[in-house]
Design a protein around this ligand. Structure first.
Ligand code: COA
Length: 350
């Protein structure tokens, strides 16, 4: 059976622009520090009450579906990547299915954080290759602004993340020259706690920056999933060991891109456009240098949107395509690295 190709793509970012300067109202930081360390100038925050991860995903999906020349009723499977779901459960896939009045199709949520969209593309590609589905909606969406610590204590994480959504419709390719050539997925759980949000969770211990994973007091049994203590001690926010993430990312990004190139008998110089997960501009620049890619071979937009985790690859891909930077026949490489750690790449012929 033929591989999948991207038949339609869309993105949505909220209207509300939050600059680095705006963040200085809440925490001890500066535009200079954020730009120098991350490249980020501004990010978007969703409307507090009226926008959720799913509502943003719907806006991106509507565009992708319309560009594919189909209707929501033609979609026969949903793969939804997010780490910031509307509900702890059920997942966002079913909320999107309901809101877009789709048929009673399968809906799968993927919780792979920054690599979620590339994992999702890989899963969808397998279903297309087996002939099981013909119109798969793959979404990456995040509403981070609702769950960040905006005090100085959380500044190393909070300044990085932004909200948004991206979506693609995958269909079987008409020929073997076009579409997804291969996908490559990896994980190493050894450092799972270095970029994580521990609570609420089912682990029988709690996290604090100084104590790491400590046992609960006997008296707390019964309220472990989400305890008052967690809230009082601000243990309900994401934790990130930034330098550790940086060191691993700059090794694994080039590795998984090279793996994709080698699997297809291609070289880095053959890439027309690399879309790296927008983790941090310094990481993307490091990857560009190590692969010896020119500026026109890499697309970055973290400067305007921050790190939107599972949404960052489809948002960057969509924007690059809308700007005419990706044309039919181009070799496009998607690559991501993040919490888990997990990392992945997808090589496709546009
Ligand atoms: N504003 C001002 N100062 C800040 C700050 C902020 N927003 N965040 C942290 N700092 C301070 C720290 O408190 C620390 O101060 P100290 O030296 O007095 O203790 C100092 O800056 C350096 O902190 P450190 O964490 O060592 O900085 P860094 O150079 O590693 O940069 C990151 C921090 C997060 C930008 C960097 O580690 C990084 O980009 N890591 C990768 C993160 C990433 O990509 N995450 C997404 C994964 S998909």
């Amino acid at each position: 059976m033929p591989q999948a190709r991207i038949a339609g793509i869309g993105m949505y970012v909220p209207e509300n622009v939050v600059t680095n300067q705006d963040l200085t109202k809440y925490m001890d930081t500066s535009d200079e520090w954020i730009q120098e360390r991350t490249g980020i100038r501004e990010r978007r925050y969703a409307h507090r009450d009226q926008e959720t991860t799913t509502t943003m995903a719907i806006k991106a999906a509507e565009i992708a579906i319309q560009r594919a020349g189909i209707t929501p009723q033609d979609i026969d499977f949903i793969v939804f990547a997010t780490l910031s779901p509307d509900y702890y459960f059920p997942g966002c896939g079913v909320l999107l299915q309901r809101a877009m009045k789709m048929k009673e199709i399968g809906a799968l949520d993927i919780r792979n954080q920054c690599s979620g969209f590339v994992y999702a593309i890989s899963v969808a590609d397998q279903f297309i290759r087996t002939g099981m589905y013909k119109n798969i909606l793959v979404v990456g969406a995040e509403k981070h602004s609702f769950g960040l610590d905006f005090s100085t204590r959380g500044r190393n994480v909070s300044v990085i993340f932004g909200d948004g959504a991206g979506a693609v419709v995958l269909q079987p390719s008409a020929n073997d020259k076009q579409g997804i050539l291969s996908t490559h997925l990896h994980s190493d759980g050894e450092s799972a706690e270095l970029l994580a949000m521990y609570n609420p969770g089912t682990h029988a211990n709690y996290w604090s920056p100084n104590q790491k994973l400590a046992n609960f007091d006997e008296a707390e049994i019964g309220e472990m999933f989400f305890s008052h203590k967690m809230i009082d001690n601000a243990q309900v926010f994401p934790y990130m060991d930034g330098p550790a993430v940086f060191k691993k990312a700059i090794v694994k990004f080039p590795e998984v891109i090279n793996e994709a190139l080698q699997a297809n008998g291609l070289a880095a110089s053959d890439i027309n456009m690399l879309i790296p997960h927008q983790a941090n501009l310094r990481i993307a620049q490091f990857v560009q240098q190590s692969l010896k890619l020119r500026d026109d071979q890499v697309y970055n937009n973290i400067q305007h949107y921050g790190n939107t985790t599972a949404a960052s690859v489809p948002i960057a891909l969509c924007e690059a395509w809308e700007k005419g930077k990706i044309k039919e026949g181009d070799l496009v490489c998607l690559a991501a690295f993040g919490s888990g750690f997990t990392w992945a790449s997808a090589l496709l012929r546009w």
